[in-house]
Design a protein around this ligand. Sequence first.
Ligand SMILES: *Cc1c(COP(=O)(O)O)cnc(C)c1O
Length: 330
Amino acid sequence: MGTAFVTLADIEAARARIAADIVVTPTVDSPSLSEKFSVPVRLKLEHRQTTGSFKLRGASNAVALLSTGTRGVTAASTGNHGRALSLAAKRRGIPAVICMSKLVPENKLAEIRRLGAEARIVGASQDEAQVEAERLVAEDGFSMIPPFDHPAVVAGQGTLGAEIVEQTPDVETLLIQVSGGGLAAGVAMAVKTLRPNVRVIGVSMARGAAMKASLDAGRPIEVEEKETLADSLGGGIGLDNRLTFAMCRDLLDDLVLLSEDEIAAGVRHAYEQEREIVEGAGAVGIAALLAGKVRPKGPTVAVLSGRNIAMDLHRAIVCGTWRDARERAA
Ligand SMILES: *Cc1c(COP(=O)(O)O)cnc(C)c1O
């Protein structure tokens, strides 16, 4: 493995650094999935993390590692990373400016502001928001905290993997979400260093799976971004990807893709059988099992990575009417 990879030592250091910032989320048995697949299936309830996703781990670690002279932090992210960075910065008394386009819905804006950051609206696309974030770095002395391709972020996300091994020492199969690959890279590094024989299987949505297309091509490539129920898994991996592409390539045993109906079935199962409210991205591990895309061998852990979903969409998924609702809105 390349020396530039984040290592278990980096992850253990991150764990000590962010211990006061994050919740050690529980892992629980899933009686219904265990019965269905005749192996113990357990769920890591990371959607209950503060801010509603694991992203607080990486953001807290990156903010804690900043030099004391920094003027503030910035990112062009409207979703879970923006939320997490806002809170991580506020807790350490560092100004945060989250750059976003005017297309971002009002509720997401309000959430960023509630967490204590400035939501800066620039331009009509995420690209223009990115330009403003880069300007803050170049001209105003801000530090950019990217959502995945950053060693401190990957190490922070990896702390989830160390918890999984402690909570389920006999784990043999692990299902982990993949978008930009920060979560999967960190978690796979922790788990495979501690337990080399664990199968770590990435899961993405079929619509716009940038990491899968890049792994197939042998280098980072761009794919068209499409609307999906797993919206937190959308977006590219960056053509100049430095870290997560190589780590996912070398550490994941497989990367499976799911249809929208399969993702919806995962959200519905989480609610009806496990009594957990998760967003589309959070449900893809369960969904991959239910869809038969991954055959669980031995004790199996699926990570529920986030819960930030609009409740009207969640209701429509549970009721099976989300396609109609989407067509009416279009
Ligand atoms: C960001 C995110 C992911 C994917 O994480 P990456 O590090 O980008 O691969 C998965 N689930 C949720 C809920 C997320 O917010």
